[in-house]
Design a protein around this ligand. Structure first.
Ligand SMILES: Nc1ncnc2c1ncn2[C@@H]1O[C@H](COP(=O)(O)OP(=O)(O)OP(=O)(O)O)[C@@H](O)[C@H]1O
Length: 248
C-alpha cells in the first residue's frame, strides 16, 4: 500500500502584479523525508514556505497536511496542526534569555498568550532544557539572546520551532550567514533532533555541500514552480542546475 504524503502542496499560485512568486507549484513530501529546496534568488522558495505555513494566502491551489486542508489557515492554527517553521532571519526576542525564548514558543503552543511564567512552574522548563541539550545549547540557556553569535541565534530560532513538537518543519535557509564549519555543526544537531522525533523536514538551502550531505531529495525552484526533483546526486549533476543554481 502506498503511504499518503505528509505534505501535499497542489498547484499553488500567487502572483504579485506581474511577478509569479508561485506559479502552479506542487510538491509532495513523504513521512520522515528531508527535502532541500534550491533555486536562484527570487525563484519563489520563501513564498512556498510562507504559503504552507499560513503567512501568505495563495490565489489558488491547496496545501494538505496529513490529508487535512491547511490552505488559508492562520499561522497559529497551522502550528497547532503540527507544522512549524524557522526563518531566514531569526525571529527572536533579543532581550530575554534563550530559555525564555523557548518558553515563549511553548506558551504559543499551549495557547497561553498572556505570560510564559506559568510554564516555568509547570515542568515545561525541564522539557525546554532537554531540547537545548539535544541541540547543544545547554551552556547558552541563561544567556541573553542578544549576546549570541549569528550561528547560535539560528539554532535558537530552529529550537523555537522544534519546541512546538511539529511533525513537519520548514526551515528557511537554516545555515545562511555562518561559516562552512558552523553550517555542518548546525545541521548535525538539527538532524539529530529531527531524527529523535521522526520529524519530516523541508529546508531552503543555497550551500550545495549542505544539500548533498543532509537532504534525501531535492526540489529545484525556478519561476515560482519546481523544475526538477531527484536525489542530491541526480539534481546536482544536471547541467541547468549546475549553470543556474550552483554556479549562480
Ligand atoms: N509580499 C510580496 N510582495 C511583492 N512581491 C513579493 C512579495 N513576496 C515575494 N515577492 C516577490 O516574489 C518573488 C519570489 O520571492 P521569494 O522571496 O519567494 O524568492 P526566493 O526564491 O525565496 O528568493 P531568495 O533566495 O532571494 O530568498 C520575488 O520576485 C519577490 O520579489
Amino acid at each position: 500500500m502506498t503511504q499518503r504524503p505528509v505534505l501535499e502542496a497542489r498547484n499553488l499560485r500567487l502572483h504579485f502584479g506581474g511577478v509569479a512568486a508561485a506559479d502552479d507549484a506542487s510538491l509532495s513530501v513523504a513521512s520522515g523525508q528531508r527535502v532541500a529546496i534550491i533555486g536562484p534568488n527570487g525563484a519563489g522558495k520563501t513564498t512556498f514556505i510562507n504559503i504552507c505555513t499560513g503567512y501568505l494566502k495563495p490565489q489558488s491551489g491547496s496545501v494538505l497536511f496529513e490529508g487535512r486542508e491547511m490552505t488559508g489557515l492562520a499561522p497559529r492554527r497551522i502550528v497547532r496542526n503540527g507544522i512549524a517553521r524557522s526563518f531566514q532571519l531569526p525571529q527572536l526576542f533579543l532581550d530575554i534569555t534563550v530559555l525564555e525564548n523557548l518558553l515563549v514558543a511553548l506558551a504559543a503552543r499551549e495557547g497561553i498568550w498572556n505570560s510564559w511564567m506559568p510554564l516555568e512552574r509547570h515542568g515545561k522548563r525541564d522539557e525546554m532544557l532537554d531540547l537545548l541539550d539535544v541541540i547543544g545549547l545547554t551552556d547558552a540557556a541563561h544567556r541573553l539572546t542578544r549576546e549570541l553569535p549569528e550561528g547560535m541565534r539560528k539554532l535558537v530560532d530552529i529550537a523555537m520551532a522544534l519546541a512546538l513538537k511539529p511533525r513537519l518543519i520548514f526551515m528557511d535557509e537554516p545555515t545562511s550567514g555562518v561559516s562552512t564549519q558552523e553550517k555542518f555543526t548546525i545541521m548535525d544537531v538539527v538532524i539529530r533532533a529531527l531524527e529523535q522525533n521522526a520529524t519530516t523536514a523541508v529546508f531552503v538551502e543555497h550551500d550545495m555541500d549542505v544539500v548533498s550531505r543532509y537532504a534525501d531529495s531535492v526540489a529545484v525552484w525556478s519561476g515560482g514552480r519546481i523544475s526538477l526533483t531527484g536525489t542530491p546526486a541526480e539534481v546536482l549533476a544536471d547541467p541547468d542546475v549546475r549553470r543556474n543554481v550552483v554556479g549562480a
